[in-house]
Ligand binder design. Sequence first.
Ligand SMILES: [Zn+2]
Length: 306
Amino acid sequence: MKNIKWKVGRNILLIIFVFMQHAYAQNLNTTSLTPKKISDGLYLIDNFGCNIAVSVGSDGLLIIDSGLSNKADQVKSAIKEVSADSIKFILNTHFHFDHVGGNKKLVNKKSVVIAHNNVSKRMKIEWNPPEILGTKWPKISPYGKSALPEICFSDSLTIYFNDDTIKCFHFPQAHSDCDAIFCFKKANVIHTGDLFLSNGFPVIDIFAGGGTINGYLDAVSKIIALCDDKTIIVPGHGPLSDRNQLLEYLNMLASSKERIAELIKQGKTLEEMVAAESISDLYKRGKSWLNPKLFIYTTYYELIKH
Ligand SMILES: [Zn+2]
């Protein structure tokens, strides 16, 4: 009797194990993506935490941002689909874990990580933002040396690579205090990092990253000035975009800030604004990836400081 029970139990475990293996394989299949062509020699890998841009050519391989740490192996395989080279440069748009998390696994002995000075400072200390309206991002421990930038810049930097000129510009106190955008002049492509999300409201890291709403709006308007009608914009998250959508984003954020300021003047509390999602009608592109409540919360705290 005891023996039969054990056999039944073992078979159930076996079925569960096979089922889990199948589910895991399915999950891998659905999350392994082929890089999408942005322009000649430039590719986009998305859904690995953030939008990763890949430059391929005679000088080698350069990527912008590295995604989440637990997706780095998938990013590696995706990159291999467009180039057999090993990575020469990783450019980081800022220090958040969904943008630099893959650095450690993607670097090799010859690759160099490049970012703004404050990316290096922030990656060397713990990041532990407070819980905001039930959302708590994971506490991130300091990164090891191999993941850290080796070349840093303060305001701007120019990189000549793969027959293009990559202009790197820093925008202070915006999404964080270490944001940079990367402009491919010949390809007319700009990677904005989280200074633009084409799929919803941003979260501005005012509590643990040195971001400000005014700095954010200022950065977005300066990026618009760098674009023309044909510029392809790679946002930090969301589909590829263009100047018109960036302009729409700026107006939406400026109106949201104005409305929150007005409601504060009228005596509305943060709780009332959050409950009413007082700015959600200003976002015209379906459901925002990030809840507008988070934007209300951060904007409120910034506005009441002044
Ligand atoms: Zn970010």
